[in-house]
Write a protein that binds this ligand. Sequence first.
Ligand code: HEC
Length: 148
Amino acid sequence: MKAVLAGFVLLAMIGGAAAQTDLARVVTDRREGLRAVGQHMEALQAIARAGSDPRPAVERVEAVQRFFVNFGQRFPAGTQQGAPGIETRALPAIWSDRAGFDRAEAALGPRLAALREAAAGGSPQAFAQALQAAGAACGDCHRPYRAR
Ligand code: HEC
């Protein structure tokens, strides 16, 4: 009986460790994706600063849009700052105020759509304005939900 129990405990421990590894993977993926998003945004800013034709920027905007599809699913329980085995700047506020986090995410979508339209439209001024609005939506989520 003791051996059986020990077996169960061992299995539970292995299961727990595997789950923790999966969560660490989710965090690595989301951070890599966000880093790429940051690089896209920097490249878009360079285009806006140069005041050049923004049409070549469409693909970058679309890459950012693709990343933010199902963004919320990249934040499962147990991936907040302070969780065991997790290296992240995701603040626990994401989970204690999920509605606010979801709203911040929802606010970005239309701004990225507008940014894509502005890039495709070819006006440097409209592009720069739309980029500023999109960038503000990034900051609106980072301030409450991302550690410095
Ligand atoms: C709905 C919330 C939300 C929105 C919108 C959002 N972010 Fe973030 N971002 C986060 C959170 C939370 C983290 C911390 C992730 C982590 O450390 O696990 C983060 C991290 C990052 C990082 C650091 C990645 C790393 O670990 O090196 C970059 C860069 C970044 N975001 C860029 C952006 C840009 C650019 C936008 C807008 C196009 C944006 N984010 C929009 C919530 C958001």
